[in-house]
Write a new protein. Structure first.
Length: 309
């Protein structure tokens, strides 16, 4: 990990506001994401940056040193970022030479990038893959991103009057187990049948997404024992080896992993595309919708449907 502009901005906002919640509102991120990023910074430096209390946050001695050392950088970098940021025009065909895309590592990301690469061969696509869906929405609203691709648990709020949304599909969450797991041959499984199992959840660098999965399972009366919060690929490795089980809303097959529906289909994911104004054209949207429909259907996986050719 390297110190980045967003880290400097985060520390400066916390120091200025004296509160994690206030800093989150100021920089347009959710409170869990700010907390997670701060914790990661502190692990990187091996020292606490702030002391938390009921009345707010106070810099430690190390925090004071970090704030003093970077104080002059934050406004300079913010000004440079504003000067260099490409402002997309209303007509997609005449948009700038860069398109900023955020994702929570949605299974649709690669295919949507392929569509945009084909429809905009001269445009540079800049992808951020470290965002929680809430944060991606805020970044699009603030104009820091042009497009966001992500998934939300069914029932989570998605509407915003300031941006445009398109529902690309809805899929059921399924339990992932290794091919040698005791449940591998089951047609479906009740949450009660998962008592005592160890879970692994995806947790990319600054996302509290796994917390949403935990809350959803707890709301259904299941209290999972989580032994790993790791990358999605590592989740698959742990499941494949029989060390843990997982949860997925991606119907795509994974070698050595069996996906089992939950009884009653109690958890569903809504796959969403969010964008500013007229950034995306009708033809692009039609191609993205067609790709998403194929990608999220079992038939699409069997036929190898994809947007790359």
């Amino acid at each position: 990990m390297q110190l980045e502009f967003r880290h400097i901005t985060l520390v400066a906002a916390i120091a200025r506001s004296g509160s994690i919640n206030a800093a989150a509102r100021e920089i347009g991120l959710s409170q869990p994401t700010v907390t997670a990023q701060l914790a990661r910074l502190e692990r990187h430096f091996g020292a606490s940056i702030f002391v938390r209390s009921a009345t707010g946050t106070t810099p430690t001695a190390f925090g004071e040193h970090l704030i003093r050392s970077t104080r002059h950088l934050a406004p300079l970098l913010a000004e440079l970022d504003e000067q260099l940021r490409v402002k997309p025009a209303g007509n997609p065909a005449s948009a700038g030479n860069s398109l900023r895309i955020g994702t929570d590592l949605s299974p649709l990301t690669a295919g949507i990038l392929a569509v945009l690469s084909r429809t905009r061969p001269t445009v540079r696509l800049h992808l951020r893959g470290d965002l929680d869906p809430d944060d991606a929405l805020v970044q699009v609203e603030k104009g820091h991103l042009d497009v966001a691709v992500g998934q939300r648990l069914d029932g989570e709020p998605t509407a915003s009057p300031h941006v445009r949304h398109q529902l690309l599909g809805v899929t059921d969450f399924k339990v992932m187990v290794g091919s040698d797991h005791r449940l591998a041959d089951c047609c479906e499984v009740d949450l009660a049948g998962l008592h005592g199992e160890k879970w692994a959840f995806p947790a990319h660098v600054a996302s509290p997404r796994h917390a949403a999965y935990l809350r959803a399972l707890q709301d259904l009366g299941h209290h999972p024992t989580v032994i790993a919060e790791v990358t999605e690929l590592m989740v698959h490795d742990l499941v494949r080896s029989g060390i843990a089980i997982g949860l997925t809303a991606d119907p795509g097959p994974v070698s050595g992993v069996v996906q089992i529906p939950l009884t009653g289909r109690p958890l569903r994911a809504r796959h969403l595309l969010t964008w500013q104004g007229d950034v995306l054209g009708d033809a692009e949207l039609s191609q993205i919708e067609l790709y998403a429909r194929d990608r999220l259907s079992p038939a699409g996986h069997r036929s190898g449907a994809h947007p790359f050719g």
